[in-house]
Design a protein around this ligand. Structure first.
Ligand SMILES: [Zn+2]
Length: 137
C-alpha cells in the first residue's frame, strides 16, 4: 500500500480547528461514499482519489503514542458514539484527509492485526471532538 511520506505534522489544536471549520457541513457526492459517523473499514469499492492528505497527528519515527483510550464505559472504540479524543488511541495515530471537492475532513487510521491490515476512516466531526483531549498550551 502506498502511503504519503511527506505528510505535514498537525497539532491537535489544528485538527480540532479543522473540525470546527466544517461543523454542520455535510458530505458532497464525491466524499459521500466515505461518510461514516464511526470508524468503518475503508470502502473497498473506492480508490480514495476523491480525498487528499492534509497531515497527520503522528509521523513515522515519532515516539509510540499512548494506547490508552478515552471513551465512556460500554462504548466501543469503533462506535459512532465513541468520542474523538485526539490525545488518545486511535486518534493519536491518525492521518487527516479532506475531500478534494468540498474540503470535508476525515480521520484515517490503519489497524494492524496479527494477520490483517484494516484501513479505517471516520468523519472528523466537531461535535464528537473531546475538548479536554487537546493539550492546553
Ligand atoms: Zn466532499
Amino acid at each position: 500500500m502506498s502511503r504519503p511520506s511527506d505528510l505535514e505534522r498537525l497539532s491537535p489544536e489544528t485538527v480540532a480547528g479543522l473540525a470546527k471549520a466544517h461543523a454542520g457541513a455535510t458530505t458532497c457526492p464525491a466524499c459521500r461514499p466515505y461518510a461514516s459517523a464511526g470508524w468503518e473499514s475503508f470502502p473497498a469499492s473506492q480508490d480514495g482519489a476523491a480525498l487528499q492528505p492534509i497531515g497527520a497527528l503522528w509521523l513515522p519515527g515519532d515516539d509510540e503514542p499512548t494506547l490508552e483510550e478515552h471513551r465512556p464505559p460500554g462504548v466501543d472504540a469503533w462506535s459512532p458514539e465513541a468520542p474523538i479524543s485526539l490525545a488518545h488511541h486511535p486518534c493519536n495515530r491518525c492521518e487527516i484527509w479532506a475531500c478534494r471537492s468540498c474540503g470535508f475532513p476525515f480521520l484515517r487510521y490503519t489497524e494492524y492485526g496479527g494477520y490483517y491490515i484494516d484501513p479505517r476512516i471516520r468523519e472528523l466531526r466537531a461535535d464528537r471532538v473531546v475538548p479536554g483531549s487537546i493539550p492546553q498550551g
